[in-house]
Write a protein that binds this ligand. Structure first.
Ligand SMILES: [Zn+2]
Ligand SMILES: [Zn+2]
Length: 346
C-alpha cells in the first residue's frame, strides 16, 4: 500500500510524531528522540533523550537550561538531507529567531514541512525564511486573523527613535522578549542610524551575548548600571516584559514605557499593560504572509497547530485547500509565556 502523509506524521499527546523515523518534533513532554525547530521555551524543552537541532538552537538551549538539557545532542547543517529510519529529513531556515528552522520530512514521495514559528519580515539577526514546496504544510496561526497586518518594522523603530528625540529628558524603557525580539530590536535600531549605547536588563544579557558571539553586530550594548538608573535620561533601555511591571522600571528618569510585540496591534492589550508607546514588532507571520506562504508552498493540505486555527482553516477550505486544525496544547507564543526558567531568576 502506498504511503500517505498521515503515515509520515501523527499527533500524539507528546506532540507531532514520526513513527517511520521514531522521533517527535518540538515535543511538549520528554521523549527519547526530539527534533527541535527553535529555542523558544514552548518548542524547546529540557529532558529529552537525544536532540537534533541547528547548532545555534543547541547553544540557545544550553544557555537557557544548562549544558545537561538532553542526554545527547547532534547539530544539523541547514539544507543537508539525512536519513532517520525510513524517512529523510532536513532543516530549512524559518526566519523566526537565531537558529530557527523548518523541518522537512520525506518518505514515499510525500513531503511534509513543519514550519515551527516563522516570519517573512526583515530581521538582521537570522537567516530569512526559505520556501520549501511540499505536499503537507504544517503551520502555526498565532496572528491568523485578517485584522493582523503587521506594519513595516522600520517604521515602528522610527516611532521609538522619534520619541527619544522628542523627550531627551526621559528614559525609554522597552519591553522585549529575551530570545530574538530584544536582539532584533537592537539590530533594527542600529540600522535606523542610532549609535548611542543601548542599555539592557540583566535577564537579556546571556542571550544577547550569545547572539554577538555568533557574529551579529548589535553595537554598544551595556548592562544598566546598578543604582544609577536615574542617570539614564534620554537613553533606550531594553528589558523582559515581566520587568516592566516591576519597581525596577519605575526608577528610571520619568520613563516612557514601550513594548515591542505583534500583540501591540490590539490597542486593548497595550492599555492593559499600561504601555505608552506600543511598537508592533512581531516574529510571526501576519495574516497576509500566512496566506501567501500557504499558496507559495503549493501544499495540497494544511494542518494548523495552534493560534487562530479556525479562521485559517476556513480560509484554506474556501480557497480549495483541504485543512485541519490540530488544536495542539502546550504551544503558545513565548510572548505570552514569558521567560525560560533559567532567566526568570536573573
Ligand atoms: Zn517561537
Ligand atoms: Zn511558538
Amino acid at each position: 500500500m502506498p504511503l500517505t502523509c498521515t503515515d509520515i506524521l501523527a499527533q500524539t499527546p507528546q506532540g507531532l510524531y514520526c513513527a517511520l523515523g521514531d522521533f517527535h518534533i518540538d515535543p511538549i513532554r520528554p521523549v527519547p528522540r526530539a527534533l527541535i525547530t527553535h529555542g523558544h521555551s514552548d518548542h524547546a524543552r529540557a529532558g529529552h533523550g537525544s536532540v537534533l537541532a541547528t547548532r545555534e538552537t543547541l547553544r540557545i538551549m544550553a544557555a537557557r537550561y544548562g549544558e545537561e538539557f538532553a542526554a545527547t545532542t547532534q547539530a544539523v547543517r541547514l539544507r543537508e538531507a539525512m536519513r532517520i529510519g525510513e524517512v529523510s529529513i532536513r532543516f530549512a531556515p524559518a526566519g523566526h529567531v537565531l537558529g530557527s528552522a523548518q523541518v522537512v520530512v520525506e518518505a514515499g514521495g510525500c513531503r511534509v514541512v513543519i514550519s515551527g514559528d516563522y516570519k517573512r519580515a526583515e530581521d538582521p539577526t537570522c537567516l530569512p525564511f526559505e520556501l520549501v514546496p511540499c505536499d503537507v504544510f504544517i503551520t502555526e496561526a498565532t496572528f491568523g486573523l485578517p485584522v493582523f497586518r503587521h506594519p513595516d518594522v522600520r517604521a515602528e523603530v522610527r516611532k521609538l527613535l522619534d520619541s527619544v528625540a522628542l523627550f531627551p529628558e526621559r528614559t525609554h524603557v522597552v519591553g522585549a522578549y529575551a530570545l530574538g525580539k530584544a536582539q532584533r530590536l537592537m539590530a533594527l535600531i542600529r540600522a535606523e542610524g542610532y549609535h548611542e549605547p543601548i542599555y539592557i536588563h540583566g535577564a537579556l544579557e546571556r542571550l544577547t551575548e550569545l547572539y554577538r558571539s555568533e557574529g551579529i553586530d548589535l553595537g554598544d550594548i551595556r548592562k544598566v548600571p546598578l543604582g544609577k538608573r536615574e542617570t539614564l535620561p534620554g537613553s533606550i533601555v531594553l528589558c523582559p516584559p515581566s520587568a516592566m511591571q516591576e519597581v525596577w522600571s519605575r526608577r528610571f528618569a520619568d520613563p516612557v514605557t514601550a513594548f515591542a510585540s505583534g500583540w501591540m496591534r490590539v490597542r486593548a492589550r497595550a492599555r492593559q499593560r499600561g504601555v505608552e508607546l506600543p511598537l508592533v514588532v512581531s516574529d510571526h507571520v501576519d495574516w497576509e504572509d500566512l496566506c501567501t506562504t500557504i499558496i507559495e508552498t503549493g501544499a495540497g493540505e494544511v494542518w494548523v497547530t495552534h493560534g487562530q486555527e479556525d479562521a485559517l482553516v476556513h480560509w484554506c477550505v474556501t480557497n480549495g485547500i483541504p485543512a485541519k486544525p490540530l488544536h495542539m496544547l502546550g504551544y503558545g507564543d513565548e510572548e505570552e509565556a514569558g521567560l525560560a526558567p533559567a532567566e526568570s531568576a536573573a
